[in-house]
Design a protein around this ligand. Structure first.
Ligand code: FES
Ligand code: FE2
Length: 381
């Protein structure tokens, strides 16, 4: 039986907010890349983005670029976007379709969709050269609930181990079948952690989200994942409203026929360390993925997913939900940008988390655990 707790019942252990350097030092941001974003499983997107063999999209993080592609047998694969000849970045397009193979623009080495080097002209005369020695460097990839994850770690811990707490948790939402109806990209002048910390509490909801608290009281939250890499729980939609939308009505049809009654007036919110927020509504699912660019700039992609047949439903109105959250998102990003400005000041010192911010404190704790400052990293600890 899942146990749900109010944020204030979880406790903060007297936690204070992080010191300013975690939001403002470029050096710490580079460490985060190495120790978090180049190690952990990251949500890259959805399977539905690459339905046919040869379909691909790129994900760039710092120095790294990853090609996520559907191979000719229908499997999702990921490769470093680095040619095995002289290292050129092979693909520049953000997304598209490879015509049967992947060809480097520099000297035309050609790779199969499964990464094998097929042809390298003029290399035949080189003693000992064998195309089988030069496949594209693979990147570990897993599909969970229709979401594509990859890890840049040389030997990543199995996804089934790291994400075991989530496997099977959302089956009733039918996530693999859902279809994205909208995407909005946000470019935020704030450190990525501020948006995680903000998402993890609704203490701020009454002051900054009037439309949200009208439909879903800020103290209605109860959480079942309260420590570690995944944090969150649900909030209720007040009687008389169907979902979170501008009109308060459903955008169309429930995401799944299997959604039990108790979930039809709840919105579940989970943060999935380190780059995903999953917000499950009765009639749509909102997904944020984070792409930190620097210590004070983060790109966030936000997708709204609906039942695969929602579009043929006569009253389908995805914008009702999209516009609602676009407004709430912008309200959140604005206070995160204000936070970035404030924590960058010489006057900033860590402040006490309230009992209602226990999940924000839990996020910080997990972040520090994963960043794993070592002896000698004294400007971090
Ligand atoms: S660098 Fe790619 S073919 Fe030469
Ligand atoms: Fe918010």
């Amino acid at each position: 039986m899942t146990q749900f707790l109010k944020a204030s019942e979880i406790g903060t252990d007297g936690a204070m907010t992080l010191p300013g350097r975690f939001y403002t030092y470029p050096e710490i941001f580079l460490w985060e890349r190495e120790r978090i974003f180049f190690q952990q499983w990251l949500c890259a997107g959805r399977q539905e983005q690459i339905p046919a063999p040869g379909d691909f999209f790129l994900r760039n993080i710092g120095t790294e670029s990853v090609i996520v592609v559907r191979d000719k047998d229908g499997a999702v694969r990921a490769f470093h976007n680095v040619c095995r000849h002289r290292g050129a970045r092979i693909c520049e397009e953000a997304k598209g379709q490879f015509a049967g193979n992947i060809r480097c623009p520099y000297h035309a080495w050609t790779y199969a969709l499964d990464g094998r080097l097929l042809g390298a002209s003029s290399m035949k005369g080189l003693p000992g050269f064998d195309v089988s020695d030069y496949p594209l460097h693979p990147v570990a990839v897993r599909v969970w609930e229709g979401f594509i994850f990859f890890s840049l770690a040389a030997e990543p811990e199995p996804f089934e181990t790291t994400h075991g707490a989530l496997i099977g948790k959302f089956t009733r939402y039918g996530l693999p079948a859902l279809r994205a109806a909208r995407r909005i990209d946000y470019d935020i002048r704030a450190n990525w952690k501020l948006m995680f910390e903000n998402y993890s509490e609704c203490y701020h909801c009454s002051p900054i989200h009037p439309a949200l608290v009208k439909l879903s009281p800020s103290d209605s939250g109860e959480n079942d994942l309260t420590q570690g890499p995944f944090l969150g729980g649900y909030m209720t939609v007040v009687p008389g409203y169907d979902s979170l939308s501008v009109s308060g009505k459903s955008c169309g049809i429930p995401v799944s026929e299997d959604l039990p009654d108790e979930d039809r007036d709840r919105v579940y919110y989970y943060s999935i360390f380190p780059n995903m927020l999953l917000s499950l509504h009765p009639d749509y699912v909102m997904v944020h993925t984070f792409w930190p660019q620097s210590h004070d700039r983060t790109l966030i992609e936000c997708d709204w997913l609906f039942h695969p047949d929602a579009a043929v439903y006569p009253g389908f109105n995805p914008d009702d939900g999209v516009q609602f959250w676009d407004q709430v998102n912008r309200e959140d990003w604005h206070v995160c940008e204000l936070s970035q400005l404030g924590v960058s000041s010489r006057a900033y010192t860590p402040g006490p988390y309230s009992p209602r911010e226990s999940l924000s404190a839990a996020f910080d704790k997990e972040y520090l655990r994963v960043l794993n400052p070592e002896d000698g990293d004294d400007f971090v600890v």
